[in-house]
Design a protein around this ligand. Sequence first.
Ligand SMILES: [Zn+2]
Length: 245
Amino acid sequence: MASRKAIDLVKNELPVDEESVVFSGDLRTGLVLVDIVNGFCTVGAGNLAPRVPDKQISGMVDESIQLAKVFCEKKWPVFAFLDSHHPDVLEPPYPPHCIIGTDESNLVPGLQWLENESNVTLRRKDCIDGFLGSFENDGSNVFVDWVKTHQIEVIVVVGICTDVCVLDFVCSTLSARNRGYLKPLKDVIVYSGGCATFDLPLHVAKDIPGALAHPQELMHHVGLYMAKSRGAIVVSEVSFTPSKK
Ligand SMILES: [Zn+2]
């Protein structure tokens, strides 16, 4: 683990003021789940899965399940990315992971019920950035179409990894929104407790050729900071009240 001193120093120099949000249904709101698949979340499931139980990752899964349940009870739109790769197409710099047809590329057991929900759109993607991974061969974009079809004004994003797939998706979505491709989307909210990243401490990474150190708590914070610096709203609390409409 990165030293407490280093983490505190970064958090002090790069603070992320986290807000709280209350969803009333007055704004059309969608939930985006990023890669909550076995290959990233289930202990021992593959090259990029945690090797031992991981509190940040299991907390992210639990929070995401709770949010997904509320959205599905309300029949609000949910969009779930599933990292899924063809066995012959690598994704450098990562080792093979989430190969199509294996359990690695499937939703974690606690979210598999989403496959049968009518308000849920599942999107298998073979790249880090889910926005780019939503393009079809004809140039259409499944995520853009989802926003427009449901007239979504706010999205709340959860998943893994805070500083990789979540961040890249958030950055591309914000740029696309700013260019007018995602009307009527206004706000992109990142829920910190519903996000997690992997842990590769320096003392482990230095013995792996080519590996970059990736201390979990620090990089989770950096991911949130970068998302906020690009214009996302970072929240530490999400709650719901009955719609006034
Ligand atoms: Zn991948």
